[in-house]
Design a protein. Structure first.
Lengths: 361, 517
């Protein structure tokens, strides 16, 4: 029988191999799934994973979808490194979208270059403000930030819904629950004519680089990491736990808020009852698949984006239900967590060969 | 059953863990009514062997004979069925339950606590282990809790009792009482396996000693016929090293604690009451006492991990520091070695270099590890290498993870790190817990060297021997109160032992009658 035993030291090789193993296991399970659904697995995979990225337009869509995932994922990864569990990035994204959208709608007559930067700042501040609520409750009353941040997601959804059904509804929109379309000055410029990818993608790359620098060189990044790894050591060193919680929430709230502006000022172009198909939640998976490392988050975001786009592609071509996207995301996280076990554990050999063991020195 | 039939025989026991061979081909024979010591350093494999006997761990190879018959003990319940009882070093008692309720929970048969009361009383009286079955555990001293554990074992009329380092939680007087009880049990035929690394205890109590070194048996002797020196040689392979301390006059007051009173954060912790102490440059003050008497709270109040509301309660270099946090107090020249190495004194998953940054970042130390908010990797690595060289830390290099070091080496690294930060006041908690003898002496000598350089040093330790070895003055922390500090020349083990039980007024003459009673 196979038995597990603790490794003497965590395996670095396994840490990097684990996401690859998880991706492979996801594909394997997926092929079983496609067979059960009466699809030829190889063809289904082609439609899912290759075809969407085989055209320039497809690559553009891939980067477009990856942008909010990178933004949210990088922020969450920084927080998770500090063991601060912000599960509410989707709510912060929504509030960021509202804040940025309000700026756009308020200055709808203005055609100036400062509108867009102002929207981005407003979005980041909106996300931070929403993230500040769980941070405040945690540092003041020791409430559980996982529950509070999660519940606030639904509050944010409802707030957006109220706004587009009420005060912000387009007066000329035939009563559809959506705001006016944003004016040209409030829309993110496209990177390449003909593709929908906009400069938010460049912003997300810049933030990734910044986060990488923050983690590896800044003392604040070190402090947050120590707080996450060993809270008692952080207290011993004199690092404030409250400051850690606040920083983690404000950073991840700000990036999620930016992602929200990126959506409404990008592909959507207005406020709608829903501005995110759950990017903030998918970003949790992204952060872990990316090993909580900014560069890993970048790669994981591209993979997750492919899951989204491929999901739509198989829906349209093979008439497979839309739940397939969530299913593949779930499989990926599930297998990742399972494979992560082997970072700290390994299978014990069936028969311990005593004579072969080294003697203590 | 023949009288010379061993009660327990372990033959060729081996057990390996991924990184270490804990037991290699160990033989052990215990006769009925024998008090048998298992002697060895931390990490020599004593605990693993006991866990195998008690059914917690299974050996990779070897056999176990009980009354001459081969047995396989698959669980602690099976061990208890055979008549094996074990008193662990760290007790597993529920604070909120009474003694009887705790014992009822731990017994294999289901007996109502109310019915157990009389039996607990009679057993505890018969062996001189007074416990009141109706008291709640949270109100018991550590010594009383240990008695509860022993009584729990005795209720099952064990034929072999395993005691794992039982005296680390007792005052010297309580140790004598415990020994009396153990001798009484042995006289009635119960065999006792007594695990310890304290040579004098083993020589005064045990009939036989099996000495372990690095997982192997290095000797099986009658400890009364051996000298401490010969036992130490068997245990560590060489003579016990010593450390040197020459008298020197202390300088100005560096740390003053005035009327420090602090209610415990933990409902079962100790409240600190009116603690006063002055610590001068160039002296070591030792704080004796059994853990759980306010040591944790006292150290956190000193280090700043729990800032106080009264600024004047802690003064560093004449400045009020009570309200300052740990980082700010370090800014005033305080350095601190905590008792938990992994997770508090060092982050296990970070490299030694990154662990140098943990406290070396404080600007007042002038290490240059952080400039305008950015880490200076060269300065950090250079500092870590200096610590490793100067304190002979055995590790790969400064990129090794702290968690991969042995306890002794990590402790050397932490002590070394704090030392090289050039403290004005150094607070060290349990400097040699779980550290092997060689490293212990090196650490003690490093602390004495600090004192010789004019640093004011405070050492909090459970090991009385250690404090007598390296203190200029000694005080006792008991029940959250601190005794006055007496010069080491005027202190005696008996006196300090009495103080450890919380009786600061007692003197030795009056107390000897009390112990005998």
């Amino acid at each position: 029988m196979l038995r597990l035993e603790a490794r003497p030291a965590p395996s670095r090789a396994m840490m990097f191999a684990s996401p690859l193993i998880a991706a492979a296991a996801m594909l394997l399970t997926g092929s079983l799934l496609f067979s059960f659904l009466g699809q030829e697995p190889l063809h289904a995979f082609y439609v899912y994973f290759i075809k969407p990225a085989s055209t320039a337009y497809g690559v553009g869509e891939l980067l477009l979808k990856a942008t909010p995932l990178i933004l949210c994922g990088v922020g969450l990864a920084l927080g998770f490194r500090a063991s601060v569990w912000n599960i509410g990035a989707d709510g912060q994204l929504t509030i960021g979208a509202i804040a940025g959208g309000c700026v756009a709608l308020y200055f709808r007559e203005v055609d100036a270059a400062w509108v867009l930067p102002l929207m981005l700042v407003a979005g980041a501040l909106g996300g931070m403000a929403w993230a500040a609520i769980p941070a405040l409750l945690r540092t003041r009353y020791n409430t559980n930030e996982i529950l509070v941040s999660l519940m606030l997601v639904y509050v944010a959804y409802l707030l957006l819904s109220y706004l587009v059904h009420g005060p912000l509804r387009d007066p000329h929109g035939f009563n559809f629950p959506q705001s006016r379309m944003f004016q040209e000055a409030a829309l993110l410029p496209l990177l390449v004519e003909g593709l929908r990818t906009n400069i938010a993608f460049i912003l997300s790359l810049a933030l990734t680089a910044g986060a990488w620098f923050f983690c590896s060189r800044s003392f604040i990044g070190y402090r947050m990491q120590v707080s996450g790894m060993a809270p008692a050591a952080a207290a011993y060193a004199g690092f404030s736990e409250k400051r850690n919680v606040w920083l983690a929430f404000l950073i991840s709230g700000a990036t999620a808020g930016l992602a929200g502006v990126g959506e409404v000022a990008g592909p959507i172009g207005q406020l709608q009852p829903s501005v995110s198909p759950g990017y903030g939640f998918a970003a949790i998976i992204v952060a872990y698949v990316g090993r909580l490392h900014p560069l890993g988050v970048l790669l994981a975001s591209l993979l997750m984006s492919l899951l989204y786009i491929g999901g739509e592609s198989v829906q349209m071509e093979l008439q497979i239900p839309s739940a397939i996207t969530g299913l593949f995301q779930g499989l990926l996280l599930f297998y990742l967590l399972a494979a992560d076990l082997f970072i700290h554990y390994r299978f014990k050999p069936a028969m311990p060969a005593l004579h072969a063991m080294p003697t203590p020195d | 059953m023949p009288a010379d039939q061993p009660r327990l025989q372990m033959l060729g026991i081996s057990k390996s863990y991924p990184a270490v061979v804990a037991n290699a081909d160990i033989d052990l024979t215990v006769m009925p009514g024998e008090i048998h010591a298992v002697l060895g350093e931390n990490g020599a494999g004593k605990s693993t062997l006991m866990k195998i006997i008690y059914g917690v761990t299974r050996p990779d190879a070897g056999e176990m004979l009980w009354d001459g018959r081969q047995v396989r003990v698959r669980s602690p319940a099976a061990a208890r069925k055979l008549g094996i009882g074990m008193v662990f070093q760290h007790f597993a008692l529920f604070e909120t339950l009474t003694v009887a309720e705790n014992i009822s929970l731990a017994l294999d048969q289901r007996i109502a606590p109310a019915l157990l009361g009389p039996r607990i009383r009679s057993v505890s009286e018969a062996y001189g282990l007074p416990v009141d079955p109706n008291r709640h555990v949270h109100g018991l001293s550590v010594g009383e809790r240990q008695r509860v554990e022993i009584v729990r074992c005795l209720l099952q009329s064990p034929r072999l009792l395993i005691m794992d380092e039982p005296t680390s939680v007792l005052t010297p007087q309580a140790v004598l009482k415990l020994f009396e009880s153990l001798r009484r049990m042995a006289a009635e035929g119960c065999s006792i396996l007594y695990i310890s690394h304290k040579l004098d205890e083993i020589q005064s109590l045990c009939d036989k000693a099996t000495v372990l070194r690095a997982g192997r048996v290095s000797g099986c002797v009658d400890p009364r016929r051996e000298t401490s020196r010969s036992l130490a040689e068997m245990m560590i392979g060489k003579e016990l090293p010593t450390c040197h301390m020459t008298p020197r006059a202390p300088g100005e007051v560096r740390l003053a604690i005035r009327k420090l009173t602090l209610p415990a954060a933990d409902p079962y912790g100790a409240d600190l009451q009116d603690i006063n102490l002055e610590l001068r440059s160039g002296e070591v003050v030792g704080i004796a006492g059994i853990s759980g008497n306010g040591q944790q709270e006292f150290l956190k109040a000193l280090s700043g991990e729990v800032p106080l509301t009264t600024p004047a309660a802690v003064q560093l270099g004449g400045q009020d520091a009570g309200h300052l946090n740990a980082a700010e107090r370090r800014g005033l020249g305080l350095c601190f070695v905590p008792e938990e190495r992994l997770g508090r004194g060092a982050v296990p998953d970070l490299s030694l270099a990154d662990n140098a940054l943990l406290t070396g970042y404080v600007p007042a130390y002038g290490t240059g590890m952080v400039r305008s908010g950015l880490i200076q990797p060269d300065a950090v690595r250079e500092f870590a290498r200096r610590v490793i060289d100067r304190f002979n830390v055995k590790c790969g290099d400064e990129t090794s993870h702290a968690g991969s070091l042995s306890g002794g080496n990590l402790q050397k690294y932490i002590v070394g790190r704090e030392t090289l930060l050039t403290p004005k006041v150094m607070v060290v908690a349990q400097p040699t817990w779980g550290v092997d003898v060689g490293a212990s002496m090196l650490i003690r000598q490093a602390i004495i060297d600090l004192r010789d350089q004019g640093v004011a040093v405070l050492v909090v330790s459970e090991e009385l021997d250690e404090l007598f070895m390296m203190s200029d003055r000694i005080a006792v922390l008991a029940d959250g109160r601190l005794s006055r500090a007496v010069p080491i020349a005027e202190a005696s083990v008996d006196q300090i032992g009495l103080w450890m039980s919380g009786n600061f007024d007692a003197d030795v003459a009056g107390a000897s009658g009390h112990v005998a009673a």
